[in-house]
Design a protein around this ligand. Structure first.
Ligand SMILES: [Zn+2]
Length: 254
């Protein structure tokens, strides 16, 4: 892979990451993501173009608004950097193919869901439902194929619904939200049913470790709800990149 192409994709990733920040900030507030231009989250002043350059502006402004001095969250440069890494890494994994374009849209949706669930404990329909539709449409021409995608959507919604129902009957409370159901259906649409199940396994495993760590450190309780969508996003990224070898390794034991 030519280094200039990787750098170009990283640069595109920084710019897309800047837009993902807009989605992360505005979708939970039910605001438009296209209008108006970027503003300071604290004083509302419209930002000049040079205050809106990914990562660089945050560093130059020393993480503060020029007008009101309010701190600017490190989430912004982190999201931009993560998106740049995902774009360059995606090119290295998939090469310049149509599948790369689809997987980068999928990864962008996962980054937005990761942060919004972490901050607000919600997974907006505005991401999960169009995401599921896009994943299914793309599967007619690309992996995993329409049938695996369709089973992935049905099982992706059905398995967490069944778990939630069992949890509700046994514990008398809500364990998983409908946002998790729709997000896992979206994962199934993009990756197909085997990698959707792998995503659920990785997310449950990572979520259990995080929960036990919080419990052991005395910072959390058994009842404290961890943002499961955040773990689903991590699991889906791992499954998208390394899912095939992980499944082949697992099946080699049988
Ligand atoms: Zn301000």
């Amino acid at each position: 892979m030519p280094p200039s192409l990787l750098l170009g994709f990283a640069a595109a990733g920084f710019i897309v990451g800047s837009f993902l920040n807009v989605c992360i900030h505005r979708l939970p507030r039910r605001e438009s993501v296209v209008w108006p231009g970027s503003r300071c989250a604290s004083c509302g002043r419209t930002l000049a173009w040079y205050e809106n350059i990914p990562v660089a502006s945050w560093l130059v402004l020393r993480a503060r608004c020029r007008t009101c001095g309010a701190p600017i969250s490190p989430i912004y440069p982190l999201v931009e950097t993560a998106t740049a890494v995902v774009f360059a890494g995606g090119l290295a994994v998939y090469g310049p193919t149509p599948l790369l374009a689809v997987r980068l849209m999928f990864a962008s949706a996962l980054i937005v869901l990761f942060v919004i669930d972490l901050q607000h404990r919600i997974l907006p329909n505005a991401i999960t439902l169009p995401g599921a539709a896009l994943g299914f449409l793309a599967s007619w021409f690309l992996p995993p194929g329409w049938f695996s995608s369709l089973v992935g959507i049905a099982a992706g919604a059905g398995i967490p619904l069944a778990i939630a129902e069992a949890y509700r009957r046994v514990r008398g409370q809500e364990g998983l939200g409908m946002g998790d159901v729709k997000m896992l259906a979206m994962v199934g649409a993009f990756l197909g049913w085997p990698l959707m199940i792998l995503t659920l396994v990785i997310a449950s495993f990572a979520g259990s470790i995080a929960g036990l760590t919080l419990l052991a450190s005395g910072k959390g309780t058994m009842q404290a709800a961890l943002p499961f969508g955040t773990f689903l996003a991590l699991g889906a990224l791992v499954a998208a990149v390394a899912g095939r070898p992980i499944l082949a390794w697992y099946l080699s034991f049988y």
